[in-house]
Design a protein around this ligand. Structure first.
Ligand code: FUC
Length: 818
């Protein structure tokens, strides 16, 4: 076996040098049914999710509906915080971090709930008697259609099952066919780990009804109903009390409709049964053919916007699980392209307008109490879920996130007032479907008042890519009120007189000088977040010509924020004091927020900070949790080091070691990211990072192929988006941009940055500052450098910069100068 494996690897390595044609279908496929949940294949329409096992004899289709959450509308602010705030600050400023943390645990952390879990809706189970021995098995997820198929042969008959989750029709459809009439016989039932009962209606419908669980003293009051109706051609269908029996049908389709009583985070007075029924009746009338056709068209309008080719080797002929197994040691660039597109697939399938944003597991969860409740952790994870949305051309899918931010901005006013005596709104490090804003889990993790600041960045960034003023006006009040919170909450620290956030933490990390307490003031990430929030709010106010007095106040505060600091080993300091240890391997790299997703650290404008950020990231190391590696792909892309970014992709695309909790992330056979266990953020983070290696637009110019790995010599990407309304396609050869197409939606100057000289109609050498307002970069303060800092100096590649005047709707082609 071992010999065979080595042999296979050798041949793959050899073939890798000559790329075959780039026409491998975008499919995940396998030669055996799923045995575990992380082998099953996900489908989703934003609201309804299913994990399809593809088992010929005992099929399981695990179901989700994204409003099935434990509990009911509730709040978890701890108003004792307000009185304790001055004392906690005093303790921090005196250096009594342990006591400060103890006090925060007593007075700030929620005394009620710590957030409700997202729950599975249940399972549809299908039994096919006599199908245990099958041949010719194949199972796949087609990313170009968003349909799973399993096919196999039993007793000379070829069977096929397709599953999809339709957004236009709001149902999941399971369609079974065979190449011989009367060959389809099975029984069907539904179940759930708890709190539900299955019954039948008529001869052909299963109904699973239940109520969500109670948790941490909050009674579960979400009612849900899942209906599964069989429609068969030929044969018969009969019902018992809790199951259906189909005999000798030619074809059978199961329409699955699920709904709850959830109206919004304050209101659960809807009628689950009526809703589920309405979707079902509509779908039945429409029929499976039309549902499938509309589903594929609806899905493709998003998916087809971007294509990526990195070249392919013989490895594309292997099943996906085997490709993952040998990715790190073989040569399979097409798996990177597949993983990138799978990330886009997951966002289209988990986040649709009108629904909930993708949670820690997107919408896919088979448990009642999943890891971290599968809620919204906003000190990195929720934001990471949306990193691909703009650059990979899926801007509409931000809507559920924006709506959630709108809602936590309403609910968080009370938190700002009751806990901190402050104006505006705020959020700590977690929220859930009830839009809780209180501090949870313990002060070490939860004493972080920055959730509002980080989430607000996404609201502005959507504008930065689209230039849509009407949209900006619609979210401006949220930015403004988030800023008002910090205007009230910032406090002068005694050493330098800087305005800082206190109490807070540098997410989930404590310095080695006092490892048991993370509580701090003026952490680097907090400073960067407040800088960005104020800068973006000011920009928005100026675009909208409003709030002059507020703008002036924010500008004043900006001057008083701490600068970034470079510490003794040349690192970017994570804390206000030089506490960093080069041995610290913590998964969070919060102080590097300024490098990515923010743009406060530029290779060309701030070489000292750029070097310091690099020193910090090198010390942190590569291998970590899935999401941490996804972040590091982006960070190495921003450090313009494509080879190191690819090394991180290799680490991330290695088989996940275990299903337990741990720091050793990787990828499961179904391409789901492993924290471990499964957490979807790493999928999204890495997909965004792959795009970031090919195109960047945060640093005053559209940078072509900023971090292309040496081994990706030839390839193409089309449909990426850059700030200021530019669409960008790039073909490259010999690692150089060969042909670049720019589509301008808004017009304006397009400044193009490249490591190689370019030519094209209208292309001029760049002069002075970029006049395009979307490319103005907020000025940061010069960093403070420790006197005896061990500074490293990194050579950054020299660049060519060009200006191209564009018109709205114009298309421009630029080529490598020959
Ligand atoms: C943060 C991370 C953990 C995990 C959790 C959901 O707390 O530190 O690694 O991802 O969120």
């Amino acid at each position: 076996m071992r010999g065979f494996f080595c042999c296979l690897l050798l041949s793959l390595t050899f073939l890798g040098s000559a790329f075959a044609q780039d026409s491998a279908p975008l499919k995940l496929w396998y030669t055996q049914p799923a045995q575990k949940w992380v082998e099953a294949l996900p489908v989703g329409n934003g609201r309804l999710g299913a994990m399809v096992y593809g088992d010929p004899a005992e099929e399981v289709i695990q179901l989700n509906e994204n409003t099935v959450w434990a509990g009911q509308p509730n709040r978890n602010d701890n108003p004792q915080a307000r009185e304790a705030l001055p004392e906690v600050r005093r303790l921090i400023f005196e250096g009594n971090y342990k006591e400060a943390q103890q006090l925060a645990n007593q007075k700030f952390i929620s005394k009620t709930s710590h957030g409700m879990p997202y729950e599975t809706a249940g399972n549809l189970k299908l039994s096919f008697a006599g199908h245990a021995n099958y041949t010719n098995y194949h199972r796949e997820l087609d990313l170009e259609k968003a349909v799973t198929t399993s096919s196999y042969r039993v007793n000379g008959v070829n069977y096929k099952t397709e599953v999809l989750s339709s957004f236009p029709d709001q149902v999941i459809v399971v369609r079974m066919s065979a190449d011989k009439p009367g060959a389809i016989s099975f029984s069907a039932t539904m179940d759930r780990p708890a709190n539900a009962a299955v019954s039948t209606k008529g001869s052909d419908e299963l109904i699973l009804s239940g109520k969500s669980g109670s948790h941490e003293g909050v009674e579960g009051k979400v009612q849900f109903q899942a209906q599964a109706r069989v429609q068969n051609t030929g044969g018969t269908v009969k019902a018992t009390e809790s199951s259906l029996h189909v005999e000798q049908a030619d074809e059978a389709t199961i329409y699955i409709s699920i709904a709850t009583n959830f109206n919004n985070y304050k209101d659960i007075s809807g009628n689950a049964g009526e809703r589920a029924d309405a979707y079902l009746q509509k779908a039945l009338k429409k029929g499976v053919e039309a549902i499938r056709k509309d589903h594929v068209a609806d899905y493709k309008q998003y998916f087809d916007r971007v294509s990526l080719a990195l070249g392919q080797t013989e490895a594309v002929n292997l099943p996906t699980d085997q490709r993952i197994a040998q990715f790190k040691i073989g040569n399979d660039p097409a798996l990177v392209a597949l993983y990138f597109q799978f990330g886009r697939y997951l966002l289209i399938s988990a986040s649709r307008p009108g629904g909930q944003p993708a949670n820690l597991q997107g919408i896919w969860n088979d448990q009642l109490t999943p890891p971290w409740d599968s809620k919204y952790t906003v000190n990195i994870n929720t934001e990471m879920n949306y990193w691909p949305s703009e650059i990979t051309n899926l801007t509409e899918l931000n809507e559920p996130l924006i709506q959630m931010v709108r809602e936590v901005s309403e609910s968080g006013r009370q938190t700002a007032r009751d806990m901190y005596g402050a104006d505006g709104w705020m959020l700590h490090h977690n929220t859930d479907i009830w839009r809780i804003n209180g501090a949870v889990d313990g002060a070490f993790w939860g004493m972080w008042p920055m959730g509002g600041a980080w989430l607000s960045q996404h609201l502005f960034d959507k504008y930065a890519f689209s230039g849509d003023r009407e949209y900006l006006a619609s979210v401006y009040p949220i930015l403004k009120e988030a800023s008002k919170f910090y205007l009230d909450f910032l406090v002068e620290e005694p050493e330098h007189g800087w305005l800082v956030v206190a109490p807070s933490v540098s997410p989930e990390n404590a310095p080695s000088v006092h490892p048991e307490s993370s509580i701090a003031a003026g952490t680097t990430m907090d400073n960067q977040l407040v800088f960005d929030l104020f800068s973006k709010t000011i920009k928005a106010a100026e675009v909208l010509k409003t709030d002059e007095a507020l703008v002036a106040e924010m500008k004043k505060s900006l001057q008083r924020l701490p600068p970034m600091q470079i510490g003794k080993w040349g690192q970017l300091q994570e804390w206000m004091h030089d506490w960093d240890s080069p041995e610290d391997k913590h998964r969070h790299v919060s102080h590097l927020y300024g490098l990515y997703p923010s743009n406060q650290i530029s290779p060309y404008r701030h070489p000292l900070l750029f070097d310091a950020a690099r020193t910090s990231l090198l010390a942190r190391g590569d291998e970590s949790t899935g999401w941490s590696m996804g972040w590091k792909v982006n960070l190495w892309a921003r450090l313009l080091d494509g080879n190191h970014a690819l090394k991180l992709i290799e680490d991330q695309l290695s088989p996940a070691g275990s299903e337990g909790f741990g720091e050793g992330g990787g990828t499961y056979p179904n391409l789901f990211d492993a924290h471990p266990p499964f957490q979807i953020d790493g999928n999204f983070g890495c997909a965004a990072g792959i795009a970031e290696m090919l195109l960047q637009s945060h640093d005053g110019a559209v940078h072509l192929l900023p971090a292309l790995p040496d081994t990706w010599t030839k390839g193409s990407i089309s449909g990426l988006r850059a700030r200021g309304g530019f669409g960008v396609d790039i073909k490259w050869e010999d690692n150089k941009p060969d042909e670049v197409t720019i589509r301008s939606a808004l017009g304006g100057n397009c400044r193009i940055r490249s490591y190689y000289p370019l030519s094209g109609k209208g292309l001029k050498r760049a002069k002075g500052a970029n006049p395009n307002l979307f490319y103005q970069v907020a000025e940061i303060k010069d960093p403070l450098v420790t006197a005896d800092a061990d500074l490293k100096s990194v050579q950054v590649r020299s660049i060519y910069e060009y200006d191209l005047k564009t018109k709205p709707g114009g298309v421009y082609v630029v080529k490598l100068a020959k």
